[in-house]
Design a protein around this ligand. Structure first.
Ligand SMILES: [Mg+2]
Length: 264
């Protein structure tokens, strides 16, 4: 269904010699919980996800509610990477509608995510999401009109856990954005620091998130996977309507307790 054969082969060869689950395990095991995600009861269902099938990505808020749910189509589901395409116009559910400039104030002024409505909103560009088992970040490619590659986006987040409908993770506020030519910068630092002041995040958590960001930057600057793999050349083989969320997009699959808490 998708023209990815050359890319897939290159990725598999490049990654085979690299250790899996490097993440934070080398720093004392604070994220040990992510390592047993392979024993999650629904793993076998995720493993069966084939290219072209729908997967639902969910961001679980600190209070355990689903802050965002968005469907995409699987491009590759291998030991190396879980890659999927989120199409322009895909309808998501989100607790959002907070303007970027208001996000810091919203940390205090809005009720907890669990008490807020999850609105239907369209996602507004084509993106490729690359998630890595056990890693505390995902790496996105964001495209503009005509599939013009505009941005790399290192979304710092909890190592994902698998669910019957896809994967759950938890956003860590701080991000790394980069241009295709490699110029990068931190994003949402102010919001991230305010979370620390408010006690939403611990000092230890913050140190780990900064480390995760530096790992994204290191890979970017050294041209390491996935930055060297030609993902910006991927295109869907044909156009079809974006997938839709399953009816149980909001269901609690028990992931809340399996995602590391930001207060730890
Ligand atoms: Mg983020």
């Amino acid at each position: 269904m998708y023209i990815v054969h050359k890319v897939t082969i290159r990725l598999s060869v490049r990654r085979r010699s690299r250790p899996v689950n490097r993440g934070f395990t080398r720093q004392g095991g604070s994220f040990d919980r992510h390592e047993d995600c392979t024993s999650y009861p629904y793993t076998h269902r995720m493993a069966s996800k084939q290219p072209g099938e729908t997967i639902t990505l969910r961001y679980v808020a600190y209070d355990g509610s689903v802050a965002q749910a968005i469907p995409g189509r699987v491009i590759e589901n291998s030991e190396d990477v879980l890659a999927f395409h989120i199409a322009d116009g895909t309808v998501m559910r989100t607790v959002g509608d907070v303007a970027p400039e208001d996000r810091v104030a919203a940390l205090e002024s809005l009720p907890p995510p669990a008490e807020r409505p999850k609105l239907e909103r369209p996602w507004s560009n084509d993106s490729i999401r690359l998630h890595f088992r056990g890693e505390p970040f995902s790496i996105w490619l964001l495209f503009g009109d005509g599939w013009k590659f505009n941005w790399w986006y290192g979304n710092l987040e909890a190592p994902y856990v698998e669910t019957p409908i896809g994967i759950d993770t938890r956003d860590h506020a701080l991000d790394v954005a980069a241009r295709p030519d490699g110029r990068w910068w931190w994003k949402d630092e102010e919001e991230f620091l305010r979370r620390l002041e408010l006690g939403i995040d611990s000092v230890e958590h913050h140190a780990r998130v900064w480390d995760a960001g530096h790992e994204v930057i290191r890979r970017l600057e050294t041209g390491e996977y996935p930055f060297d793999a030609g993902w910006d050349q991927w295109r869907p083989a044909h156009s079809e309507p974006p997938p839709t969320l399953p009816e149980n997009w909001d269901q609690d699959f028990g992931s809340h307790d399996r995602l590391p808490r930001t207060t730890d």
